[in-house]
Design a protein around this ligand. Structure first.
Ligand code: TA6
Length: 308
């Protein structure tokens, strides 16, 4: 029997656990940041990376899982790095406002975040941010964000966004990211200069921090050793960030183990190059769907089952 349970998590922070009941599939979401910190498959294997040194200590962000970067991706703006949605306690949304009730019986939880007066000082706009996290059959994990401008002063606002997903991998040097070939990207290690991807897949030999522009809806992350592929399907999110800090940057992060870079990769469905502008009462939807398939992939077109 599928279940949705509220539990006390790390450091007394509240979380919601989704279980599909028929298998060991599960997901965990903290009310702090509406932050997914765990996603397990039918074998009970953890699929997301969460640093052993992750802090559950608001307002510091949690290192790993799926931080939500809103209303600003990166630290290139007037807000803290990656905005403030991930640094706030969200509420459970008992009135998810018209989101069609899910067709399946898959367990889900709805969160809502509205900015405080304090937030208004740095981001002078009113909005309602609703997030649904749903654990579907076969451990398909779907995050649906709906952000509505509720300004009463007639003002539009603009934001950038990312689901900053940390995938758990066996060995970063054996990981390939497919689907981003030939795309232009902004290189965060070279003052965001623009380049064109030449590789037939992205592989990792050092720190990599790139924003791929107008990326396809489906992206694959192949873990050679575990013989499995993560499939990212994104809607409303044109860009994709790929990041591994490698050794030097790993050592510089106090909430990240020196060797942990070997076992994670971030592939982040995002809206960055063309920020989203909402007029009052307009609503934006950004959906992320994660699934895991065995490595039947033998090159050529991505033979990814359409999980939607
Ligand atoms: O998404 C990649 C990135 O922007 C990197 O540049 C690095 O800063 C990473 O996010 C982590 O950011 P955080 O603020 O969570 O430490």
């Amino acid at each position: 029997m599928a279940a949705v349970e509220r539990e006390v998590g790390m450091n007394g922070l509240e979380k919601v656990v989704l279980r599909d009941g028929a298998s060991a599939c599960s997901a965990e979401v903290y009310l702090y940041g509406a932050h997914v910190t765990s996603w397990k498959n039918d074998k009970g294997e953890e699929l997301l990376f969460l640093s052993n040194k992750a802090l559950f200590d608001p307002p510091k962000p949690i290192r790993g899982g799926i931080p939500i970067c809103f209303p600003q991706f990166s630290n290139l703006g007037s807000l803290p790095s990656h905005g403030f949605a991930r640094n706030r306690i969200w509420a459970l949304d008992t009135d998810p406002q018209l989101l069609p009730s899910p067709t399946s019986t898959a367990p889900f939880v709805d969160f809502i975040f509205k900015p405080s007066h304090d937030d208004f000082k740095t981001f002078p706009h009113s909005f309602e941010y609703r997030l649904r996290v749903q654990l579907g059959p076969g451990a398909i994990l779907t995050l649906t964000s709906r952000i509505r401008n509720t300004n009463s002063d007639g003002k539009p606002f603009t934001f950038t966004f990312a689901y900053h997903t940390y995938f758990s991998v066996s060995d970063i040097s054996e990981v390939r990211v497919e689907g981003l070939e030939t795309l232009d990207y902004l290189d965060n290690l070279q003052e965001r200069s623009r380049f064109t991807e030449q590789g037939d897949a992205i592989t990792f030999e050092g720190e990599l921090d790139r924003i791929y522009l107008e990326a396809p809806r489906k992206i694959a992350i192949l873990d050679h050793e575990k013989n499995r592929t993560f499939v990212v399907i994104k809607d409303g999110l044109p860009d994709a960030v790929v990041w591994n800090p490698w050794d030097k940057k790993a050592k510089a992060m106090s909430d990240f183990g020196d060797e942990e870079y070997k076992h994670m990769v971030c592939v982040e469905a995002a809206a960055i190059e063309d920020p989203v502008t909402l007029k009052p009462s307009e609503e934006w939807t950004g959906r992320l769907q994660l699934s895991l398939v065995p490595n039947t992939h033998v090159g050529g077109s991505l033979d990814i089952p359409n999980a939607l």
